[in-house]
Design a binder for this molecule. Structure first.
Ligand SMILES: [Zn+2]
Length: 237
């Protein structure tokens, strides 16, 4: 028996469950969660609230304390799911924070990282595409006419693989939109992913709480301007 969705779309941000981590909207909200720390109930990551596939990639990050992986265990998986754009699925019990889903989440993250890490004219190799497409194998979208009108439902044969399917399908949705808006932070040491939703498409930094990526660049530009505009020292000085 397959698993059938109850909602027509996956892209709509979910309503946070009571007690669940809210979907990030601002750096301030992210900071509030980050303050909970890895031992608290919040999401400790510097950047949250991105589309599901990018949010999954951002479950690995690093800071001055070292490398972190929110999907190191089922506790972290539960915290991630509760604040992700699939939170409504988690609340409804379609997604579970169990060992099987954790394995799928990590597998999906690896496959996505290879595919998303390449940019034209350097497309993913066939093995990477196979790994990504395997995430989509267990599911399909059924289109129906219901008393409420047309709906699309997700059927996934194996509930444990639902998360992989959702993440891969979400990535396809982003690609079908404006793939140029899928970005990684301009700080090469950061690597966090985001979807640039700015009006002019000029966002370059993750703007993650505590990463300081944009601020570091701003300070460097400011320093360069000051250095350029500083009067040259007098030869006799
Ligand atoms: Zn960054």
């Amino acid at each position: 028996m397959g698993l059938t969705s109850r909602t027509p779309t996956e892209a709509a941000p979910p309503d946070p469950a009571p007690g669940a981590v809210a979907v990030a909207g601002t750096a301030g909200a992210a900071r509030a969660r980050a303050a909970d720390g890895p031992e608290g109930g919040g999401d400790p990551r510097p950047l949250t609230g991105e589309p599901l596939c990018l949010d999954l990639l951002n479950t690995r990050w690093h800071d001055r304390h070292g490398h972190h992986d929110l999907l190191a265990g089922t506790d972290g998986l539960a915290r991630w799911l509760a604040g992700s754009r699939a939170a409504h699925r988690y609340r409804d019990g379609d997604l579970r924070a169990d060992a099987a889903t954790l394995a799928v989440a990590r597998q999906a993250r690896s496959a996505l990282a290879v595919v998303a890490g390449r940019r034209p004219p350097d497309p993913p190799d066939p093995a990477a595409l196979d790994a990504f497409n395997r995430l989509l194998e267990p599911g399909r979208i059924r289109r129906l006419l219901t008393p409420a009108g047309p709906v699309e439902r997700t059927d996934v044969a194996d509930p444990a693989r639902l998360l992989g399917w959702l993440a891969a399908a979400d990535y396809l949705t982003l690609l079908a939109g404006d793939p140029g808006r899928i970005r990684t932070c301009a700080d090469p040491s950061c690597g966090l992913y985001f979807l640039d939703t700015s009006r002019n498409g000029s966002r370059r930094w993750c703007a993650g709480a505590g990463t300081g990526c944009g601020n570091r660049a701003k300070a460097a530009r400011h320093y360069a301007r000051r250095t350029r505009s500083a009067p040259l020292p007098h030869p006799s000085a």
